[in-house]
Design a protein around this ligand. Structure first.
Ligand SMILES: [Zn+2]
Length: 300
Protein backbone atom coordinates (compact mmCIF):
# COMPACT_ATOMS: atom_id res chain seq x y z
CA UNK A 1 0.00 0.00 0.00
CA UNK A 2 1.22 3.46 -0.84
CA UNK A 3 0.90 6.01 1.97
CA UNK A 4 0.17 9.72 1.68
CA UNK A 5 3.65 11.20 1.68
CA UNK A 6 3.43 14.87 2.57
CA UNK A 7 6.15 16.58 0.52
CA UNK A 8 8.55 13.62 0.56
CA UNK A 9 9.53 12.54 -2.94
CA UNK A 10 11.59 9.40 -2.26
CA UNK A 11 9.83 6.02 -2.12
CA UNK A 12 12.30 5.15 0.65
CA UNK A 13 10.10 6.98 3.18
CA UNK A 14 7.17 4.58 2.83
CA UNK A 15 8.32 2.44 5.76
CA UNK A 16 8.65 5.54 7.94
CA UNK A 17 5.19 6.75 6.99
CA UNK A 18 3.62 3.35 7.71
CA UNK A 19 5.42 2.52 10.98
CA UNK A 20 2.84 1.94 13.73
CA UNK A 21 3.40 4.04 16.86
CA UNK A 22 2.43 3.36 20.46
CA UNK A 23 -0.04 6.00 21.61
CA UNK A 24 -0.55 7.09 25.22
CA UNK A 25 -3.68 8.92 26.36
CA UNK A 26 -4.49 10.79 29.53
CA UNK A 27 -7.88 12.23 30.47
CA UNK A 28 -7.60 15.87 31.55
CA UNK A 29 -11.25 16.60 32.40
CA UNK A 30 -14.77 15.27 31.72
CA UNK A 31 -14.48 16.36 28.11
CA UNK A 32 -10.77 16.72 27.38
CA UNK A 33 -7.97 14.23 26.65
CA UNK A 34 -4.32 14.53 25.70
CA UNK A 35 -2.58 11.98 23.50
CA UNK A 36 1.08 11.38 22.61
CA UNK A 37 2.93 9.14 20.18
CA UNK A 38 5.93 9.17 22.52
CA UNK A 39 7.28 12.51 21.28
CA UNK A 40 4.54 14.67 19.80
CA UNK A 41 1.45 15.57 21.81
CA UNK A 42 -1.97 17.01 21.14
CA UNK A 43 -5.47 17.20 22.65
CA UNK A 44 -9.04 16.26 21.71
CA UNK A 45 -12.42 17.08 23.16
CA UNK A 46 -15.70 15.26 23.41
CA UNK A 47 -18.60 17.33 22.05
CA UNK A 48 -22.36 16.54 22.13
CA UNK A 49 -22.43 14.13 19.20
CA UNK A 50 -18.88 14.21 17.90
CA UNK A 51 -15.24 14.86 18.75
CA UNK A 52 -13.19 18.02 18.18
CA UNK A 53 -9.55 17.07 17.61
CA UNK A 54 -6.45 19.24 17.37
CA UNK A 55 -3.97 18.28 14.64
CA UNK A 56 -3.37 14.85 13.12
CA UNK A 57 0.17 13.70 14.08
CA UNK A 58 2.91 13.53 11.51
CA UNK A 59 2.55 10.33 9.50
CA UNK A 60 -0.41 8.38 8.06
CA UNK A 61 0.15 5.54 10.55
CA UNK A 62 0.21 7.97 13.48
CA UNK A 63 -2.94 9.67 12.19
CA UNK A 64 -4.70 6.29 12.01
CA UNK A 65 -3.53 5.39 15.51
CA UNK A 66 -4.84 8.76 16.77
CA UNK A 67 -8.25 8.04 15.20
CA UNK A 68 -8.30 4.54 16.72
CA UNK A 69 -7.58 5.87 20.22
CA UNK A 70 -10.36 8.44 19.94
CA UNK A 71 -12.79 5.75 18.77
CA UNK A 72 -11.79 3.59 21.74
CA UNK A 73 -12.11 6.36 24.34
CA UNK A 74 -15.13 8.18 22.91
CA UNK A 75 -17.05 5.40 21.17
CA UNK A 76 -19.82 6.28 18.74
CA UNK A 77 -18.75 9.89 18.24
CA UNK A 78 -16.92 10.63 14.99
CA UNK A 79 -14.23 13.29 14.63
CA UNK A 80 -16.32 16.02 13.00
CA UNK A 81 -13.92 18.92 13.57
CA UNK A 82 -10.14 19.12 13.21
CA UNK A 83 -8.26 22.23 14.27
CA UNK A 84 -4.84 22.75 12.70
CA UNK A 85 -2.68 24.43 15.36
CA UNK A 86 -0.37 25.53 12.53
CA UNK A 87 0.61 24.46 9.04
CA UNK A 88 3.48 22.08 9.82
CA UNK A 89 3.18 18.56 8.42
CA UNK A 90 4.71 16.88 11.47
CA UNK A 91 1.68 18.03 13.49
CA UNK A 92 -1.13 18.60 11.01
CA UNK A 93 -0.15 16.87 7.78
CA UNK A 94 -2.42 13.85 7.59
CA UNK A 95 -6.12 14.62 7.98
CA UNK A 96 -6.71 12.35 4.96
CA UNK A 97 -5.70 9.39 7.15
CA UNK A 98 -7.27 10.69 10.34
CA UNK A 99 -10.79 11.98 9.60
CA UNK A 100 -11.21 12.71 5.89
CA UNK A 101 -14.78 14.03 6.21
CA UNK A 102 -14.17 16.42 9.11
CA UNK A 103 -14.64 20.17 9.05
CA UNK A 104 -11.10 21.59 9.16
CA UNK A 105 -10.57 24.81 11.09
CA UNK A 106 -7.41 26.94 11.02
CA UNK A 107 -6.19 30.50 10.92
CA UNK A 108 -6.57 32.17 7.51
CA UNK A 109 -2.77 32.30 7.04
CA UNK A 110 -2.48 28.57 7.68
CA UNK A 111 -5.33 28.00 5.21
CA UNK A 112 -3.38 29.79 2.49
CA UNK A 113 -0.15 27.88 3.09
CA UNK A 114 -1.95 24.52 3.22
CA UNK A 115 -3.78 25.26 -0.02
CA UNK A 116 -0.72 26.44 -1.92
CA UNK A 117 1.60 23.75 -0.53
CA UNK A 118 -0.85 20.98 -1.50
CA UNK A 119 1.05 18.34 0.50
CA UNK A 120 -0.16 14.80 -0.06
CA UNK A 121 -2.44 13.89 2.88
CA UNK A 122 -2.87 17.39 4.34
CA UNK A 123 -6.48 18.32 3.58
CA UNK A 124 -7.41 21.95 2.83
CA UNK A 125 -8.95 24.13 5.52
CA UNK A 126 -12.74 24.35 5.28
CA UNK A 127 -13.25 27.10 7.88
CA UNK A 128 -10.64 29.85 8.09
CA UNK A 129 -10.56 32.06 11.18
CA UNK A 130 -9.33 35.66 11.32
CA UNK A 131 -8.15 37.88 14.11
CA UNK A 132 -6.37 37.50 17.43
CA UNK A 133 -9.19 35.84 19.37
CA UNK A 134 -12.04 33.55 18.41
CA UNK A 135 -14.56 32.21 20.93
CA UNK A 136 -15.58 29.03 19.15
CA UNK A 137 -18.26 26.41 19.69
CA UNK A 138 -18.37 23.15 17.76
CA UNK A 139 -21.23 20.77 18.50
CA UNK A 140 -21.46 22.09 22.06
CA UNK A 141 -17.70 22.18 22.72
CA UNK A 142 -16.72 25.73 23.62
CA UNK A 143 -13.23 27.17 23.97
CA UNK A 144 -11.04 30.05 22.80
CA UNK A 145 -8.57 30.04 19.88
CA UNK A 146 -5.82 32.67 19.96
CA UNK A 147 -3.41 34.04 17.38
CA UNK A 148 -1.62 37.02 18.91
CA UNK A 149 0.99 37.13 16.17
CA UNK A 150 3.75 35.01 14.65
CA UNK A 151 5.37 32.65 17.15
CA UNK A 152 5.93 29.43 15.21
CA UNK A 153 4.96 28.29 11.73
CA UNK A 154 2.25 30.19 9.89
CA UNK A 155 -1.07 31.25 11.42
CA UNK A 156 -0.35 29.61 14.75
CA UNK A 157 -3.38 29.02 16.99
CA UNK A 158 -3.18 28.34 20.72
CA UNK A 159 -6.24 27.19 22.67
CA UNK A 160 -7.52 28.23 26.07
CA UNK A 161 -10.00 26.07 28.00
CA UNK A 162 -11.28 28.38 30.70
CA UNK A 163 -13.32 25.73 32.51
CA UNK A 164 -10.26 23.48 32.86
CA UNK A 165 -7.84 26.38 33.43
CA UNK A 166 -5.78 24.75 30.70
CA UNK A 167 -3.70 26.19 27.87
CA UNK A 168 -2.60 24.26 24.77
CA UNK A 169 0.07 25.64 22.47
CA UNK A 170 1.74 23.34 19.98
CA UNK A 171 5.43 23.69 19.07
CA UNK A 172 6.06 26.81 21.10
CA UNK A 173 7.17 26.58 24.75
CA UNK A 174 8.47 23.15 25.86
CA UNK A 175 8.64 21.76 29.41
CA UNK A 176 12.41 21.28 28.96
CA UNK A 177 15.36 22.56 26.90
CA UNK A 178 14.86 20.07 24.07
CA UNK A 179 14.35 22.67 21.38
CA UNK A 180 15.87 21.64 18.10
CA UNK A 181 17.25 23.99 15.49
CA UNK A 182 14.07 26.05 15.87
CA UNK A 183 13.39 26.51 12.17
CA UNK A 184 10.25 28.57 11.66
CA UNK A 185 10.24 30.05 15.17
CA UNK A 186 9.77 33.80 14.89
CA UNK A 187 12.40 34.94 17.36
CA UNK A 188 11.67 38.70 17.26
CA UNK A 189 8.16 38.23 18.63
CA UNK A 190 8.21 34.75 20.14
CA UNK A 191 8.84 35.42 23.84
CA UNK A 192 6.85 38.65 23.91
CA UNK A 193 3.77 36.95 22.50
CA UNK A 194 4.14 33.68 24.44
CA UNK A 195 4.60 35.56 27.70
CA UNK A 196 1.44 37.58 26.94
CA UNK A 197 -0.58 34.37 27.32
CA UNK A 198 0.15 34.49 31.06
CA UNK A 199 -2.73 36.99 31.21
CA UNK A 200 -5.04 33.97 30.79
CA UNK A 201 -6.22 32.07 33.83
CA UNK A 202 -4.56 28.66 33.39
CA UNK A 203 -2.81 26.24 35.73
CA UNK A 204 -2.01 23.38 33.34
CA UNK A 205 -0.09 23.73 30.09
CA UNK A 206 -0.18 21.16 27.29
CA UNK A 207 2.77 21.59 24.90
CA UNK A 208 3.03 20.06 21.41
CA UNK A 209 5.79 17.73 22.57
CA UNK A 210 6.79 15.95 25.74
CA UNK A 211 4.75 15.88 28.93
CA UNK A 212 1.85 17.94 30.24
CA UNK A 213 3.16 20.63 32.52
CA UNK A 214 2.07 23.70 34.45
CA UNK A 215 2.01 27.47 34.43
CA UNK A 216 5.33 27.83 36.27
CA UNK A 217 7.20 25.73 33.75
CA UNK A 218 5.52 27.60 30.91
CA UNK A 219 6.84 30.85 32.37
CA UNK A 220 10.26 29.31 32.90
CA UNK A 221 10.24 28.28 29.22
CA UNK A 222 9.70 31.93 28.25
CA UNK A 223 12.55 32.91 30.60
CA UNK A 224 14.87 30.31 29.05
CA UNK A 225 14.40 31.44 25.44
CA UNK A 226 14.73 35.07 26.48
CA UNK A 227 17.96 34.32 28.38
CA UNK A 228 19.30 32.42 25.34
CA UNK A 229 18.58 35.46 23.19
CA UNK A 230 20.63 37.62 25.56
CA UNK A 231 23.45 35.06 25.77
CA UNK A 232 23.57 34.77 21.98
CA UNK A 233 24.02 38.54 21.68
CA UNK A 234 26.76 38.39 24.29
CA UNK A 235 28.48 35.80 22.09
CA UNK A 236 29.06 38.50 19.46
CA UNK A 237 30.57 40.79 22.07
CA UNK A 238 32.86 37.94 23.19
CA UNK A 239 33.87 37.08 19.61
CA UNK A 240 32.72 33.48 19.93
CA UNK A 241 32.90 31.74 16.52
CA UNK A 242 29.13 31.69 16.27
CA UNK A 243 28.87 29.18 13.43
CA UNK A 244 30.71 26.42 15.32
CA UNK A 245 28.38 24.24 17.35
CA UNK A 246 30.73 23.16 20.12
CA UNK A 247 31.97 26.69 20.70
CA UNK A 248 28.43 28.06 20.96
CA UNK A 249 27.31 25.16 23.17
CA UNK A 250 30.20 25.74 25.57
CA UNK A 251 29.56 29.48 25.65
CA UNK A 252 25.83 29.41 26.36
CA UNK A 253 26.18 26.56 28.84
CA UNK A 254 28.69 28.61 30.75
CA UNK A 255 26.43 31.68 30.62
CA UNK A 256 23.18 29.92 31.49
CA UNK A 257 24.13 26.70 33.28
CA UNK A 258 23.58 28.02 36.77
CA UNK A 259 20.06 29.19 36.04
CA UNK A 260 18.87 26.66 33.47
CA UNK A 261 21.27 23.70 33.69
CA UNK A 262 18.61 21.65 35.49
CA UNK A 263 16.33 21.70 32.44
CA UNK A 264 16.12 18.32 30.76
CA UNK A 265 18.12 18.31 27.51
CA UNK A 266 20.03 21.50 28.31
CA UNK A 267 23.48 20.01 27.61
CA UNK A 268 22.47 18.23 24.40
CA UNK A 269 20.26 20.90 22.86
CA UNK A 270 21.31 24.38 23.95
CA UNK A 271 24.14 24.54 21.38
CA UNK A 272 21.99 23.97 18.31
CA UNK A 273 19.26 26.28 19.62
CA UNK A 274 21.93 28.95 20.14
CA UNK A 275 23.26 28.47 16.60
CA UNK A 276 19.77 29.26 15.31
CA UNK A 277 19.36 32.31 17.53
CA UNK A 278 22.73 33.87 16.71
CA UNK A 279 21.79 33.69 13.06
CA UNK A 280 18.60 35.58 13.82
CA UNK A 281 20.71 38.47 15.10
CA UNK A 282 23.24 38.10 12.32
CA UNK A 283 20.66 38.32 9.56
CA UNK A 284 17.89 40.45 11.09
CA UNK A 285 15.22 37.78 11.15
CA UNK A 286 13.41 35.72 8.57
CA UNK A 287 10.83 37.75 6.67
CA UNK A 288 7.89 39.86 7.74
CA UNK A 289 7.18 37.61 10.73
CA UNK A 290 10.31 38.99 12.40
CA UNK A 291 9.47 42.67 12.06
CA UNK A 292 8.22 44.73 15.02
CA UNK A 293 4.69 45.08 13.56
CA UNK A 294 4.04 41.62 12.16
CA UNK A 295 0.30 42.27 11.87
CA UNK A 296 1.28 43.62 8.46
CA UNK A 297 1.07 39.95 7.43
CA UNK A 298 -2.68 40.11 7.78
CA UNK A 299 -2.95 43.18 5.56
CA UNK A 300 -3.00 41.24 2.27
ZN1 LIG B 1 5.72 23.23 13.98
Amino acid sequence: MSEHQGIFTSPAVQDYLAAAPTMTCEQLSDRLWTISDGKYRTIFMEADHSVVAFDTFGTPARARAYAAEIARLVPGKPVATIIYSHDHLDHAGFAADFAPDANIVADEMTAKVVLMRAADGQLPVTQALSGAKNNVSYDGAEFVLLNRGPVHGTGHLSAWFEEEKLFFSSDTILPNARYGLMPDYHISNFVKIMRSFLDLDFERFVPGRYEVTDRNRFEQGCDYIEALQIACQTAFHSFVPIWIHDEMAGFVQNELGERFGHLDGFKEHSGQTAIRIVHHYLMGGWGLEDTPEPTILLGN
